[in-house]
Design a protein around this ligand. Structure first.
Ligand code: PAF
Length: 281
């Protein structure tokens, strides 16, 4: 498996694979890979002849007061994990390779990006869409793999692919959790021991919401209440949002029908964690 840093090297390799008629999968990541990313790579390996993993902490999706500088990085560890999972190429560019000094073109989206995480991170999805569009143009994959943990990101990328006519199949992969239920995330590494223990409240609260829905509850407000009540029991938790929305449009709903996304964002200490579940029609 090769680690390359330039767009030209990725293009050359992918061109050679495509000339052989091989199917190419892309797993976009910001590195510091864990079992969640590994599951995406394994799925991509199953479904493609060659797999590219992009490993790039994308500066444009961080707000001015966010954790760009401290975001964890470990390319050696990432390369090992990618190799074990069966990837063929890691694209690990420097920021200057992706963004020229006078860079000024962005992919912006209305609607879906305004609620949930978009409320507290107003420029986040503009950065995500822009870098993902660039990666799609650089790698030109047949399929691209994203985790369900970032459910809003997934909906936004699906919409971008539809609206901008990218000929790429988007594959969603399930959330991978720690044994106690905490969703795997590179940001879990920010939590100290006490915060790590407290963070399990996210999945516990979501499970309460899920159980209520399974018992027949149709009211989004009641589901939100039960989740909020559980979150508020944890003194280290500060709720950013608890939302029940349509899974495709990310519009808030009052009554549970269609595909529903129940999503939360909670600060544990200074670390903002997200989690969710989907109720399928
Ligand atoms: O989900 C992520 O890790 C990032 O948002 C992505 C899709 C790799 C874009 O930088």
């Amino acid at each position: 498996m090769k680690v390359v840093k330039t767009i030209a090297e990725v293009r050359e390799q992918v061109k050679a694979w495509k000339a052989e008629g091989l199917r190419v999968g892309l797993v976009p990541t910001m590195g510091f890979l864990h079992e969640g990313h590994q599951s995406l790579i394994i799925k991509a390996v199953e479904e493609n002849d060659r797999v590219v993993v992009s490993d790039f902490v994308n500066p444009t999706q961080f707000g001015p007061k966010e954790d760009l500088a401290s975001y964890p990085r470990d390319i050696e560890h990432d390369a090992k994990l990618c190799e074990e999972a069966g990837a063929d190429l890691i694209f690990h560019p420097e920021p200057e390779e992706m963004y020229a000094q006078d860079y000024c073109t962005f992919v912006d989206m209305d609607g879906l990006t305004k609620g949930l995480c978009g409320k507290t991170r107003p420029t986040h999805f503009r950065g995500v869409c822009s870098v993902v569009a660039k990666l799609f143009n650089i790698v030109t994959p047949d399929s691209a793999y994203f985790g369900q943990k970032d459910a809003q990101q997934l909906a936004v990328i699906r919409r971008m692919v539809r609206d901008l006519n990218f000929d790429i199949r988007i594959v969603a992969c399930p959330i991978i959790r720690e044994e106690d239920g905490l969703a795997k995330s590179s940001r879990n590494t920010y939590l100290n021991t006490e915060e790590r223990a407290a963070a399990v409240v996210l999945s516990r609260a979501l499970n309460k919401g899920k159980a209520l829905i399974e018992s027949g509850e149709q009211s989004a407000a009641k589901v939100k209440d039960v989740i909020m009540e559980e979150l508020c029991k944890e003194p280290l938790a500060r709720v950013d949002y608890v939302e029940v929305v349509d899974a495709d449009s990310i519009e808030p709903i009052k009554e549970l029908k269609g595909n529903v996304l129940v999503a939360i964002a909670v600060y544990i200490g200074k670390t903002r964690l997200i989690d969710n579940f989907i109720v399928e029609e």
